[in-house]
Ligand binder design. Structure first.
Ligand code: 13P
Length: 247
């Protein structure tokens, strides 16, 4: 059984005070939720304040990025040990904004995943094709490259994959449940090639314009195990609705 996972990726949004206000409103709602796992990924500057608020909550704290080195002369970077120190249990790696705006390569992403796993952080590993790649019929090829290179040398344990088609992120153009399911099934087949039966236990999240209105249709698909949510996770009311998608 794969437990549904709903994760909030706040991206570069929210001050410390805004983070605290969100959590004051949101955390009581998930205080006794046990059938859905919840992860919240604020920006680095809000992590310690969020950790303090989330101390006795079942919701887990995640960072949005990590650097692969342990420490040293890497100005502006943050290590996995520092994320643990700040109270994180998870980290998002390989988000499309980091791949395409910050030019992160599959090789860099692979190193980050190794570092995060070495420190016991759960990894939300993001993959997804550009619109031009989908239109050229290259979706599966792109997914195969990203998964093969990103997960090279990495065991299945502690990995969550997030399928985020780039054309669906922040555009309001959600993938239809059929389109998303097709990609998720393909990703699971790639994971099965690599990990065998363990692929059945791995969660694959969908991300890209998920809202309280469309989440139920997506979650009804057999290979969609949760959602990675940007815009609709920024307001406690809408994130609450997303977490309660079953009710
Ligand atoms: P939106 O939900 O705003 O489309 O963002 C999706 C995303 O990138 C989550 O990581």
């Amino acid at each position: 059984m794969r437990k549904p996972l709903i994760a909030a990726n706040w991206k570069m949004n929210k001050t410390i005070a805004e983070t605290q206000a969100f959590l004051d409103a949101f955390l009581p709602v998930v205080a006794d939720v046990s059938d859905v796992e919840v992860i919240i990924a604020p920006p680095f500057t809000s992590l310690t304040a969020a950790a303090e608020k989330m101390k006795s909550s079942p919701a887990k704290l995640s960072a949005q990025n990590v650097f692969h080195e342990e420490k040293g002369a890497f100005t502006g970077e943050v290590s996995a040990a520092m994320l643990i120190d700040a109270g994180c249990e998870a980290v998002i790696i390989g988000h499309s904004e980091r791949r395409h705006i910050l030019k992160e390569t599959d090789e860099a992403i692979n190193k980050k995943i190794k570092a995060a796993r070495a420190h016991g952080l759960e990894v939300i590993f993001c993959v997804g094709e550009l619109l031009a790649e989908r239109e050229a019929g290259k979706t599966n090829e792109v997914l195969r490259t990203q998964i093969t290179a990103g997960l090279a040398g990495i065991p299945a344990e502690g990995i969550v994959v997030a399928y985020e088609p780039v054309w669906a992120i922040g555009t309001g153009k959600t993938a239809s449940p059929e389109t998303a399911q097709e990609a998720h099934a393909f990703i699971r087949s790639l994971l099965a090639e690599k990990y065998g039966n363990a692929a059945q236990q791995l969660r694959i999240l969908y991300g890209g314009s998920v809202t309280p209105e469309n989440i139920a249709g997506l979650m009804a698909c057999p290979d969609i195990d949760g959602a990675l949510v940007g815009g609709a996770s920024l307001k406690p009311e809408s994130f609450m609705q997303l977490v309660q998608f079953k009710r």
